[in-house]
Write a protein that binds this ligand. Structure first.
Ligand code: SF4
Length: 362
């Protein structure tokens, strides 16, 4: 089959498939650019089922972009808690404030201006431009890479400049320009439910007849990535200081993971420390100063995988005789009963939820 004919076949059959398989989701058919933007940012690197309640919560709490712009940063982070990739929440808030102050509260309506917003990459810009304004820009995300690489048998690695160019060019050629919103929604749904990463549903697939991966048995090979991400191991020895009914928290302000979330004073080392090694550690000694303290216990290790890092943490529960002199401006005491007002990284939440916890934090 000639390439141009195959492209026409693909677009036509995709739209027919979508007509029968449209998934009802709250943001489908949404034309309000603020809600489209909100849903797209929430859904980046997030499964639909996980993102759905967050979309509803954000919409209910901040019905307009101006409401989001006016909100305190801690409220936005707390609402985002558990969703991960927190730079999305920070950029969301930054951009809402930018739209409120610099654009008179009006969401931009051209592809170039949308692409200029902080936290909006080519995929999100194409999604907003097509869904909210019907502009002819094709989305290219993980789903699209997978579907196109399989149907058209493209073996160029998707994480190379050459690969990105090739896929973008093909995606533009395939786009039904007069139905950009519908086409973009269709290809995303097709990738999410039909041509899935593992066990795609080839037996009832409308593309099967002309799918290169199917005919050449390349389904598990495509799409191709050139590099595997190597994760860096980090070891966190958290210090959970308790005095009377208070606990010491740390606001993360360094240029590092989890900016503006809360955790505890931390001794990061090349491994999890023994009690003896912890007591001799310079950072620990600097934090504790001349305080009298008793180490009550150490938690079991908890793990959290991030895109480029693997975090292993233990939590040292330490009773203080008096309040910790706050010798670091990012440390502060809070009443244990108020702990739910703060947004924590997942690993700290896992620790809180662990039943063996001796501190009664909930
Ligand atoms: S035939 Fe299989 S691999 Fe090809 S597009 Fe359909 S589901 Fe994907």
């Amino acid at each position: 089959m000639k390439e141009a004919v195959k492209q026409k076949f693909f677009t036509k059959n995709l739209l027919v498939w979508f007509d029968k398989n449209d998934r009802p989701l709250p943001w489908k058919g949404e034309k309000n650019p603020y809600y489209v933007w909100l849903s797209e940012i929430i859904l980046q690197q997030t499964r639909v089922e996980q993102g759905l309640p967050y979309f509803e919560k954000f919409k209910a709490t901040f019905p307009t972009v101006l409401d989001l712009a006016k909100a305190p940063a801690d409220q936005v982070m707390k609402l985002w808690e558990g969703l991960g990739y927190y730079s999305r929440a920070r950029n969301l808030h930054f951009t809402a404030k930018f739209i409120a102050t610099e654009l008179n509260g009006v969401f931009p309506n051209t592809h170039t201006a949308i692409l200029g917003l902080k936290g909006v990459g080519p995929y999100t810009a194409a999604a907003i431009a097509s869904f909210a304004f019907g502009l002819p820009h094709a989305v290219v995300d993980g789903n699209v890479f997978r579907v196109l690489s399989r149907v058209f048998g493209i073996e160029t690695p998707i994480d190379t400049t050459l690969g990105k160019k090739e896929f973008n060019k093909l995606a533009d050629a395939l786009l039904a320009k007069d139905k950009a919103a519908m086409y973009n929604q269709a290809i995303m749904d097709f990738g999410a439910t039909q041509c899935t990463p593992a066990n795609p549903n080839c037996t009832i697939c409308p593309m099967q007849k002309h799918c290169t991966a199917f005919s050449k048995k390349l389904i598990s090979t495509l799409p191709i990535k050139s590099k595997k991400i190597k994760k860096r191991d980090r070891f966190f020895n958290y210090l959970v200081f308790k005095h009377a009914d208070t606990i010491v928290l740390n606001k993360r302000q360094q240029k590092d993971i989890w900016l503006n979330l809360y955790d505890f004073p931390l001794v990061e080392a090349s491994s999890l420390l023994s009690e003896e090694a912890l007591l001799q550690d310079e950072v620990f000694q600097k934090i504790i100063g001349t305080q009298s303290f008793t180490i009550k216990k150490a938690s079991k290790p908890f793990k959290q995988l991030l895109t480029h890092q693997k975090i292993v943490a233990i939590f040292w529960e330490i009773e203080l005789k008096s309040a910790l002199p706050v010798n670091d401006s990012s440390f502060f005491e809070v009443k244990q009963k108020n702990i739910n007002n703060f947004a924590f990284p997942k690993i700290v939440d896992l620790y809180f939820k662990d039943k063996s916890l001796y501190l009664e934090l909930f």
